[in-house]
Design a protein around this ligand. Sequence first.
Ligand SMILES: [Zn+2]
Length: 488
Amino acid sequence: MDSNREVLQEEATARRGPTSGDALPTNVRELISDVASLRLAGDSTQLIDQIRDLEDLTSAIAAMQARAAVAFDLAQRRDQAAAGVAPAKQGEGVSAQIALARRESPSRGGRLLGLARALVVEMPHTLAALETGQLNEWRATLLVRETACLSVSDRCAVDEELAADTGTFSGAGDRAVVGAARAAAYRRDPRSATDRARHAAGERHVSLQPAPDTMAYLTALLPVAEAVAVYAELTRHTDSLRSHGDPRSRGQLMADTLVERTTGTPGGVSSVEIQLVMTDRSLFQGDSEPARLSGYGVVPAEWARTMVSSGEGQRGEDLQVFLRRLYTAPGTGDLLGADSRARLFSANQRRFLEARDHSCRTPYCDAPIRHHDHVIPWHDGGPTSTSNGAGLCEACNHTKELPGWRSSTRSGPRHTIDVRTPTGHTYRSLAPPLPGSGPVNGSGPVNGGGAADVASASTGRLDSSIRQAGVPRHSERRTAVLATSGSS
Ligand SMILES: [Zn+2]
């Protein structure tokens, strides 16, 4: 952060910060109980007034939250400077703490802190409009977003020109707000459009979101030229296949082509590992307990069985299905795993952590697992065991290593990690429930669980040796289930 911004941030915070001896409230809890004790208004006219006033209150709260975030950022930077943290590293972990407090993902926490800084430090008129309900948090976000590439002075000037706190945007919708901000920004700094484009290209990414009916959205955000090129190529290939009599629809062909080109395999799924976690009853006895697919979430048992069995035979010789059995601990929904003296997690331990944790273990973070982390670090004597292991995304793994952050495991019905932040707040991370462990209330052991299989499918033929090793005979299975949860 440049010094100009820092000075502005100090000034903005000092205006509303606590001073000794003042009687103004800092306790939000009382406000919450005041709101909870409100009564609904009696007639329609009053109800509309009430809805409007509550809307204004929501905006005012968002503004105050922004001020608090900026003040927290400043306080943390001061603490870090006092502790000898290098200037370039000061501010690290701040947005992660705000994210935990707001029950948001770390990446959203970063955006919220950026929004707060822009509003409090550079856009006082927009902040005032938020405080008075003339803008809601989303419209204020739009103004911040559309001026993101301007210098501090240009952004302040645009804020003043728009003067959102004087009723400029009364009756304006989202598009009108964006249009006005964009026009003012272009006038102020015509080059900012180019900078925006460059900045936007840096944001390119591919993401995966679950869709209903065991479908998923694979989304790519790309510079327009590349997006058009990909689409044109898919269209061209599709047209050529259709002209040769392929009966599939255009949509189906384009989707199939995308999968084949990306995975490099006709039919789509190749030696890329697809991990299914399901109970042995669902796998072998037609039970309906849903399974879990890594990177996706819950899938119906029937779909999972089809996925595993279609691996047998239909696909090429080089493709294999691995079945591994992971039994849940007696009376709990936790997966069992072996300890190791090595510093690095073994391939089996890593696979186990991915099966158990499903996604990053930081509360509210849904990001895919990128690191297999020692909860208590190896250099502090933490063992390389699955109970001391956790799946984390890259950003959360970095945050965990910052000064003042500490994690520990605790015993519970499921694998549990306590994350302690530099302010001394503790957040609990519970491993997601395993298929077959039923709804878990966190208060005790769950029955009906037993054994979970990980069908770790480099999808294809169910190799006979693996079949013998992985698929238990009936007596074995019953013994295992009885030994683990007492269910039959
Ligand atoms: Zn994460």
